[in-house]
Ligand binder design. Structure first.
Ligand SMILES: [Zn+2]
Length: 175
């Protein structure tokens, strides 16, 4: 089931509605800059008003995406799970009053685009430095880890500067 394009979070919260369904990923241009995306995100959210009177949207958004590994530049396939806990606010000033368990969601006008909401949450859930969990996968793409390179390096890295010192000393005039 595909979700409506636009939602009114305030109304959803007051009516304690659920948002359950799919949102197509290939329209999310900000997410597409960094990632290879296709298919859709699975959205399972519920809106309501908590005991403190805060209107919220919470739940989970899941999506399968592929990113460039920052070690080997091969593709890393990730099953992203974004945990969502949004507190609705009318203006920036209200963000300070929100309990810590909520991230603020600014909804000043009537509604927001569901794609923007889902895309924001997925961007926040992305790893900062994506890489293969298993180093063997990186190595199969031609990556050599630094410590392995180091085994080959010491001879040049340490002996040469030392050799240079000796040669300077040798050429210095002796009083
Ligand atoms: Zn890798």
């Amino acid at each position: 089931m595909y979700l409506p394009k636009k939602i009114n979070p305030w109304q959803l919260a007051s009516e304690q509605r659920q948002l359950v369904g799919e949102v197509t990923l290939n329209v999310m241009t900000r997410l597409a800059v960094l990632n290879r995306i296709e298919g859709s995100a699975t959205v399972a959210l519920v809106a309501g008003v908590d005991n403190n009177g805060v209107c919220y949207i919470k739940g989970e958004i899941k999506a399968d995406i592929a990113l460039d590994c920052q070690r080997c530049f091969g593709l890393v396939h990730l099953s992203l799970v974004a945990k969502v806990a949004l507190g609705l606010i009318h203006c920036e000033a209200e963000a300070k009053k929100l309990p810590d368990r909520y991230e603020p969601l600014l909804v000043s006008g009537g509604g927001i685009t569901i794609t923007d909401l889902v895309e924001d949450e997925l961007l926040l859930a992305l790893p900062q430095i994506p890489s293969h969990l298993d180093l063997l996968e990186c190595e199969s793409n031609g990556y050599v880890e630094f410590y392995k390179k180091d085994i080959l390096i010491p001879y040049e890295a340490y002996l040469q500067p030392f050799a240079a010192l000796i040669s300077i000393k040798d050429t210095q005039p002796i009083d």
